[in-house]
Design a protein around this ligand. Structure first.
Ligand SMILES: *[C@@H]1O[C@H](CO)[C@@H](O)[C@H](O)[C@H]1NC(C)=O
Length: 414
């Protein structure tokens, strides 16, 4: 009996040691990235150095469209909705509040630092905003297609029936036209979109589980590579039913918490951020539409929507990676309108030497008092912004947050 017990104990010990050996490094990395050991960062800039852009409440995603020198954002507008209904944070408390959500697409002029809500031409229904993409209309000069995630409440399980809205906008006009809604069973927990053409759109599913213990495992364990990025091929002439004229396929599987997407250095580069893992994957879109990851970098914090910045005149290029400094706090701050979530915005660039391959530095950080919960950040060349700075290697940094009262802009050194 004693012998059997001893054997059992030593077997348990071996199994435990094996589990720690296997789980240890990714678990430790996750805890570091989630900021468990991180003190609240201080603010790098004073309030005087920051421009607050009015009427930009809870804008999760932000894109810079260089041809028109315009920023586009998807904003919740109503300051209450996000604290009662936001499936990406597993907040399902008030579906009725969600149903009444009427978010909008904003255009922001970096010269005036003013935001304008685009008026919908034919879209007066629930719009719970999240990730967007903006691409040129290849058939109409001066126009863009805008793709946007919409987290519709569903009266029954599985609680949310998230879909993608397709819009068309003539640059400079005050309105935006809804073309169609897109739903497919592969779109389960969508976070962001990336359009490679007006009819080919990638969407990340950020989790496999909508809530519960296994979702928490996905959040804290970077080895939980349980989700995917899907490709939707859309017939834009079909407008009757969101599921009609949509073909879906899995473009990239076995990903951990894949989240924000961004356009990269070439038309077939797709940037995919693993939020909780703090990993930026550099994907290549293959001729058949599948994605293969060709490189990656490890950031020190959670990262959300990535963007690429290149300024030939300054000779600077790199990736802007925003995130919350202490992702670990989100679970208990997500319903609190008064909480602050400190933020970090990283700049990463490819370098020949010294190793490692990716240089990284902190571009901006804030204690959460000026900007809460950074989820997207873009750089805009100074000559495109409001003030001629006459200084080398500076750019305007725009930062927005999924729970920030307003977007901000500040000039930063590159
Ligand atoms: C796409 O092409 C790649 C590379 O040839 C291949 O590995 C992958 O299986 C293909 N995907 C599909 C869905 O056919």
């Amino acid at each position: 009996m004693a012998g059997t017990l001893r054997l059992l104990f030593s077997l348990t010990g071996i199994l435990l040691a094996y589990a720690v050996y296997i789980l240890g490094p990714p678990l430790q990395r996750s805890l570091t990235v989630l900021g468990v050991f991180r003190r609240e960062p201080l603010s790098t800039l004073s309030a005087e150095e920051i421009i607050v852009i009015q009427d930009t409440t809870h804008c999760e995603d932000l894109h810079y469209y260089a041809p028109s020198n315009t920023l586009f954002a998807a904003c919740e507008d109503n300051p209450n909705t996000r604290f009662g209904w936001f499936p990406p944070l597993a907040t399902f408390d008030d579906p009725e509040l969600g149903r009444r959500g009427r978010g909008s697409i904003h255009v922001i002029d970096p010269k005036t630092m003013k935001s304008q809500r685009l008026a919908f031409e034919n879209f007066d229904t629930t719009f719970v905003t999240h990730g967007i993409d903006v691409i040129a209309d290849p058939e109409q000069e001066n126009a863009v297609y805008i793709f946007a995630i919409n987290h519709l409440p569903d009266g029954t399980l599985p609680k949310a029936r998230s879909q993608i809205e397709v819009f068309h906008h003539v640059l400079g006009s005050p309105s935006i036209r809804h073309i169609r809604s897109v739903w497919h069973p592969l779109i389960r927990t969508p976070n962001d979109v990336y359009a490679s053409s007006p009819t080919s759109v990638y969407a990340t599913n950020d989790h496999r589980y909508r809530e519960g213990l296994l979702r928490t495992v996905e959040d804290v364990y970077s080895g939980a590579k349980w989700t995917d990025t899907v490709l939707l091929t859309i017939d834009l002439s079909v407008t009757t039913d969101s599921a009609a004229g949509v073909v879906g396929s899995v473009a990239l599987k076995n990903m951990h918490n894949n989240n924000g997407l961004g356009h990269g250095r070439s038309p077939n580069e797709i940037l995919i951020a693993s939020a909780a893992g703090g990993v930026l994957s550099f994907g290549e879109i293959l001729p058949n539409g599948s994605i293969t990851v060709v490189d990656s970098l490890q950031a020190e914090s959670v990262i959300d929507n990535p963007s690429y910045f290149a300024d030939g005149a300054m000779g600077v290029s790199g990736f802007v990676l925003p995130g919350v400094a202490r992702g670990v706090d989100l679970e208990h701050t997500k319903r609190d309108p008064d909480a602050t979530n400190s933020v970090m915005v990283w700049f990463a660039w490819e370098q020949e030497a010294p190793l490692p391959h990716w240089g990284q530095r902190l571009l901006f950080e804030d204690d959460g008092s000026k900007i809460r919960s950074a989820s997207a950040a873009v750089l805009v060349p100074v000559e495109s912004g409001g003030v001629a700075l006459g200084e080398d290697k500076k750019a305007w940094l725009f930062v927005t947050g999924f729970q920030s009262a307003n977007m901000i802009a500040a000039k930063v050194d590159l």
